[in-house]
Write a protein that binds this ligand. Structure first.
Ligand SMILES: NC(=O)c1ccc[n+]([C@@H]2O[C@H](COP(=O)([O-])OP(=O)(O)OC[C@H]3O[C@@H](n4cnc5c(N)ncnc54)[C@H](OP(=O)(O)O)[C@@H]3O)[C@@H](O)[C@H]2O)c1
Length: 266
């Protein structure tokens, strides 16, 4: 076995949702570094365009697709555009997710439930279905990577619906892995802990900047490894799960969380 080729994504095409920033952007760039052509999806083309330029600067092809992954009627067009451009999809990263507001069970509205579950779980499931059909038709197998969260293991107060959605992502991962294994499509998940992205920092938006920084440093102290993550902390596992290095692994949810689950979460 040539170890240098184990993590290579040469001649592969990846589709990364939420690829315009945060963990999705870091993943898309890492996949391009490993040799893949990459399609990135988010709602706003103005956020996708600079990432597409970064990927092209690495000598790889990039297709930015503006779409809402929580709207089922928009999913077929995403897949059609990627197949039209690249002819195949080898890797899908279901990374786009939302947690737009704090709400306890006494406060939560149906609209909040629908937006969180609609994107984080329903969108993930039906985009996987559409991509799995393409992979199955090509007959070359594939890798689907779902982005879960430590909240899927240990719920956080006031983001209950998000935690429920991520617990659902964990079971979707196992369910899809079982049904897709005969087609050589592997399905695994990465469960990040607190990671410095727009989604995470938005939780502290009400604080002045120096207070926000202090609070984030303080949260970092709750992690055995002494800090919260940055998006690049996720790319090693992403690359492992996307590549042949994990060829015999499916149905697993792997936490990348600085050890915080060792004492039960945040
Ligand atoms: N950051 C953390 O602490 C943390 C911890 C655990 C798990 N995670 C998970 O990691 C993943 C990435 O989160 P992140 O922190 O990197 O978030 P982020 O920096 O806020 O990025 C979210 C991405 O998703 C896109 N997006 C949002 N709603 C969308 C929609 N309806 N349709 C298509 N794209 C949409 C955003 O672009 P547009 O706004 O342009 O659509 C953006 O590209 C999520 O699954 C999240 O749950 C994050």
């Amino acid at each position: 076995m040539e170890i240098s080729k184990l993590f290579s994504l040469e001649n592969k095409t990846a589709l990364v949702t939420g690829g315009s920033m945060g963990i999705g952007r870091a993943t898309a760039l890492a996949f391009a570094d490993a040799g893949a052509d990459v399609a990135i999806v988010s709602r706003k083309m103005e956020n996708l365009a600079p990432v597409a330029e970064e990927i092209k600067a690495k000598g790889k092809r990039c297709l930015p697709v503006a779409a809402h992954v929580g709207r089922m009627d928009q999913l077929p067009a995403i897949v059609e555009q990627v197949v039209a451009e690249f002819g195949q999809i080898d890797i899908l990263v279901n990374n786009a997710a939302t947690s737009p507001a704090y709400a306890t069970i006494f406060e939560a509205q149906e609209k909040l439930w629908d937006s969180i579950i609609g994107l984080n779980l329903k969108g993930l499931y039906f985009l996987s279905q559409a991509v799995a059909r393409v992979m199955e038709e090509k007959g070359a197998g594939g890798s689907i990577i779902n982005v879960s969260s430590i909240d899927g293991f240990a719920p956080q107060a006031q983001v209950g619906i998000y935690s429920i959605s991520k617990a659902g992502v964990n079971m979707a991962t196992r369910s899809m892995a079982l049904e897709l294994a005969p087609h050589k499509i592997r399905v695994n998940a990465i469960a990040p802990g607190a990671t410095r992205t727009k989604l995470f920092e938005g939780l502290f938006a009400f604080l002045p900047e120096d207070e926000r920084e202090k609070q984030i440093q303080q949260i970092g102290q709750a992690f055995p490894l002494g800090r919260v993550a940055v998006p690049d902390d996720m790319v090693g596992l992403m690359l492992y799960l996307a590549s042949d290095a994990s060829a015999y692994m499916t149905g697993q949810v792997v936490a990348v969380e600085g050890g915080v689950l060792l004492h039960g979460g945040l």
